[in-house]
Design a protein around this ligand. Sequence first.
Ligand code: SAJ
Length: 406
Amino acid sequence: MVNVIGLGYIGLPTAMMLASHGVEVIGTDYNKELVATLNAGKMTFKEKGIDELFQEAVAAGIKFTTEYQVTDTYIVSVPTPYDKFSKKVDACYVVAAVKDVMKVCPKGATVVIESTVSPGTIEKYVRPVIEANGFTIGEDLNLVHAPERIIPGNMVYELLHNNRTIGADDRAIGEKIKELYASFCQGEIVVTDIKTAEMTKVVENTFRAVNIAFANELAKICRHDNMDVYEIIRICNMHPRVNILQPGPGVGGHCISVDPWFLVGDYPSLAKVIDESMKTNDGMPDFVLNRIYEIMKEKGMTDISRVGLYGLTYKENVDDMRESPTLQLLESQERHLATGLKVYDPFIEKDVVANQYHNLDKFLAAVDFVVIMVKHNEIKENMDKLAGKVVLDCHNICKLPGVYHI
Ligand code: SAJ
């Protein structure tokens, strides 16, 4: 039986995928409300194909609880934020979860860490906890790192099809855990050592963050000299060895906007390009705010409450608001003591910010100037409703005449 610890955006789909492929699974989370919701038969977040997967997993007998289980395999999938000052990974949730596993874990068990951590974190923070509990790693307990790679918005497909990395001290243990993931994963599963697995995961997200930062910097250069960044990137990407990502209003989520900081925190004098890239991406919400003020001035608009931000989530077609560029823009606006922007997102049902709307038509009726912060399918399908409004399109999806870009 596998005990999956942490039933968030990664742990829960992984647990459900294992269960629906014949593995006996119990999911554990300290959040009682979350466990109660799952036990009441309700999914806890929105995602393409996730409701169907949930039903399959329930039918296959998955259980949810707040208790840690006595078993032979644990998968720890808890958040790993970064310390805002040192930029280093904050492994406190991983360490707390492993400590709790140690309280129930029998000799011979395998503990798999799925959470993303910087290279050396498992050596520095996890091994000592296990050893302090009287286990000898490699003899009476096995430690494995199996970082997840799925993209929110296409999680179910990517769980099934992505290649994976397994890091283990002992190849045989790595192969054993590879078999477990191979119960559902159709991609190639590479077995390597723990530190290599830690580094590859962080590097993958850093590569994407630096590429997006490059696109954002190009957008600023193009804005300065009135060039079309989208057309330029489109043409450049026709070159067989160029693949530039898209500029946007900022980089959110709990991965691309977080993991690269681990390298800056651990290697401050070496990770210069990464540091600058992260600062460039973090500066984008302010850049958009300045564009809003610039366009208002050009249009002779003075009332900020007639400006509306479309989208609150960190990206399209998900309900996750962590590190969302819109929230960052609103915070920045508060610092400028000029609040009043209206906000709407079809994926956010609860009231989370001031002046929030829950209906597209009512939102549009309340504003003259719409800023497309997130390219949800809803807005793509309702573009004609923006006709006659001032539009700042941060994703180049609106083809109406007179649209502004970042
Ligand atoms: N973004 C841009 N321009 C782009 C692409 C994205 O500005 O061209 C922005 C998005 O709008 C969003 C942010 O970047 O705000 C991050 O979104 P994303 O779709 O790039 O990535 P995540 O954070 O949802 O998922 C990433 C993925 N990593 C890689 O593709 C290397 C995913 O595979 C990882 O599993 C995930 O991080 C994770 O959990 O680490």
